[in-house]
Design a protein. Sequence first.
Length: 152
Amino acid sequence: MNNKFMEAAYKEALKAYKKNEVPVGAVIVRDGKIIARGHNLRESKQNSLAHAEIIAIAKACKKIGFWRLDDVEIYVTLEPCPMCTGAIIQSRIPRLYFGALDKRNGSVISNLKMLDNVYTHKVNYVYEQDLRFSQILTDFFKEMRSKKNESK
C-alpha cells in the first residue's frame, strides 16, 4: 500500500471531522498522481449519497471525461459500504486499498464480501490496518454522544 496516498485519504477524513461529518476520506490515483479527493458530506449536503468514495469517483470521472476508471486506484480510510463498493465495481476501478474495517456496514471483508463475487469487473483489494483510521471514528462518535448527552 502506498502510504503517501493513504495519508492523503486521512487528510480528507480530518476535513470531514472538522465539518462534523463522519470522518472518512478517499483519494483516487492515476499514473502515480492524485486526480480526485473526497470526504463524507452527508450532513452538509443533506444527501445520503455523499460518501467519500462517491464524491471522489464523481470528481475522477469529470477529470478524465469518462465513466470507466479502469486505470486508477482508490484509497479509502474505511472499508466501503455496499453502495460505495457497488460504485467502485461499476466504475471499473481495478484496485481498492483501505485501512479500517467497518464491522456494521463494510462490504468487502466484514459483511457481504461483495468483491469475492463474480461481476463483469474484478476489483482487487488490500486491507492494511491503520489504527489512526479506526481511532478517528471512535473519537468522532464518542464526541457526538457527549454533545448529545450535554444537550439533554
